[in-house]
Design a protein around this ligand. Structure first.
Ligand code: DOR
Length: 437
């Protein structure tokens, strides 16, 4: 990307010769974009700074609706500043943050604080997801209504499931009155207890305790039925099994308001990575990496639209914690800075999906789940934009991450496609891989 300017947020921009891919309006066309006062405009002005974006894509509102930013309480893993930088570096303009911080985000004051701190940093819009239950302890409902008024966009006890069916039913009913989703981390802990990877041929070979897919799909089936019963919006986080996909399909066929997301790591890697990494816990994630047949089913589900969202489940951890033996290390992969490249490599360059459809999973898909409006690239809309070089080949080097979490099994993997610039409210937050601010 070439331009003749230094960066100032009050500048106006003429982004030239770009392929505009706007899943919000369905537009896929070559042209120019104009940005002034933080918004798109139809009018070209002579004082606008010209950016030559030949060969690049312009995509509005790239959104990751599932990230862990660890502040408050675990800033040694990630804080809102390092997380925001990682988001801008990865091309994102919106992230939804999971509430499993210390303390858990379960009161309006914490929701409000996260939003304000995000605005102060100014690199990405932070949309907090509040806890379903107080302290995410699974015993009594948190004050969802008050958190929503403070700006929470949905509710989840992510990191663990809302186990009790009765409580889940109540949470769904309450959320239905608020018009926002319950995001379920589907895991039967009774079944998964002590497991660290998928149960199957590879777990037997490497000698680590595994969990069968039914620990996830059993909960998804139950919750799809509860969603039908309550009429509530249910979103299944990091879906990873064939049985879960069947449950989502079953629910949709019967009119349930159920949606699901897949992560880049489940779309790109299999449980074989656990063996390839010689059981270094960099591959330890929850839900675990699955066999190839599951991965193929997930790719198919994203392509067909059964899974309408791709989200990273960005889960940064400190190096010392991720150097522990496999059984003891925490679950999670640092994903914000590899998400787009992984997804483009797995689904676009493999020929499975067309660009507009694929990008909808990271834009309009999460907006619909979270019931958030955005008009797309039209005059007057906020200029939140990512310039993507779809053909850029690069090798993942975690030492260059802006995230404090360098924990990724994608290290050294060659990907094709990445964000080369990110704009939030008309100001560049990242240019040529460098985060500004
Ligand atoms: O691998 C995971 N890490 N899965 C989760 O659900 C939680 C996350 C975390 O918070 O580290």
């Amino acid at each position: 990307m070439k331009s003749n300017q230094n960066i100032r947020s009050d500048q106006s921009w003429h982004i030239k010769n770009v392929r505009i891919l706007d899943p919000f309006t369905g537009v896929d066309s070559a042209g120019d974009l104009y940005v002034e006062d933080g918004h798109f405009t139809d009018t070209k002005k002579s004082h606008m700074t010209v950016v030559d974006a030949h060969g690049l894509w312009a995509v509005p509102r790239l959104t990751d609706m599932h990230v862990h930013f660890r502040e408050p309480g675990q800033e040694h893993k990630e804080d809102l500043l390092s997380g925001s930088r990682a988001a801008a570096a990865g091309g994102f303009t919106v992230v939804a943050t999971m509430p499993n911080t210390v303390p858990v985000i379960d009161i309006p004051a914490l929701v409000d604080w996260q939003i304000r701190r995000g605005q102060e940093i100014g690199l990405v819009d932070i949309w907090p997801i509040g806890a379903v239950t107080k302290g995410s302890r699974g015993q009594e409902l948190a004050e969802m209504g008050m958190m929503q008024r403070a700006g929470a966009v949905g509710f989840s006890d992510d990191g663990q499931a809302v186990d009790q069916a009765r409580l889940m039913r109540a949470a769904l009913s309450y959320a239905a009155t608020l018009g926002c989703p319950i995001v379920q981390h589907a895991e039967d802990r009774n079944l998964s207890q002590g497991s660290v990877m998928h149960e199957g041929e590879v777990s037997s070979r490497v000698g680590l305790p595994g969990v069968p897919g039914v620990a996830e799909s059993g909960v998804v089936w139950r919750d799809v039925e509860l969603s039908l019963l309550t009429g509530a919006l249910l979103h299944i986080a990091h879906v990873s099994t064939i049985g879960s996909l069947d449950a989502v399909q079953y629910g949709k066929a019967r009119g349930a308001r159920v949606t699901a997301e897949a992560t880049p790591h489940h779309l790109f890697l299999t449980d074989q990575a656990v063996a390839d990494w010689k059981t270094h816990p960099v591959t330890k994630v929850n839900p675990p990496l699955r066999p190839e047949s599951f991965r193929q089913a997930l790719l198919e589900a994203v392509a067909s639209g059964l899974v309408s969202v791709i989200a990273s489940d960005h889960a940064p951890h400190h190096r010392d914690e991720k150097s522990a033996p496999y059984l003891d290390a925490p679950y999670g992969i640092s994903g914000l800075e590899t998400s787009l490249g992984t997804v483009l490599t797995a689904l676009l360059h493999s020929g499975r999906m067309k660009p507009l459809d694929l990008l909808s999973r990271m834009t309009v898909g999460p907006h619909r789940v979270l019931m958030m409006d955005y008009p797309g690239v039209v005059a007057g809309a906020r200029a939140d934009l990512t310039l993507i070089d779809p053909h850029h080949r690069w090798a993942v080097d975690p030492t260059r991450f802006y995230s404090q979490g360098k924990n990724t099994p994608m290290a050294g993997v060659e990907l094709t496609g990445r964000a080369v610039a990110t704009m939030l409210r008309g100001a560049w937050t990242m240019r040529d891989g460098e985060v500004l601010g």
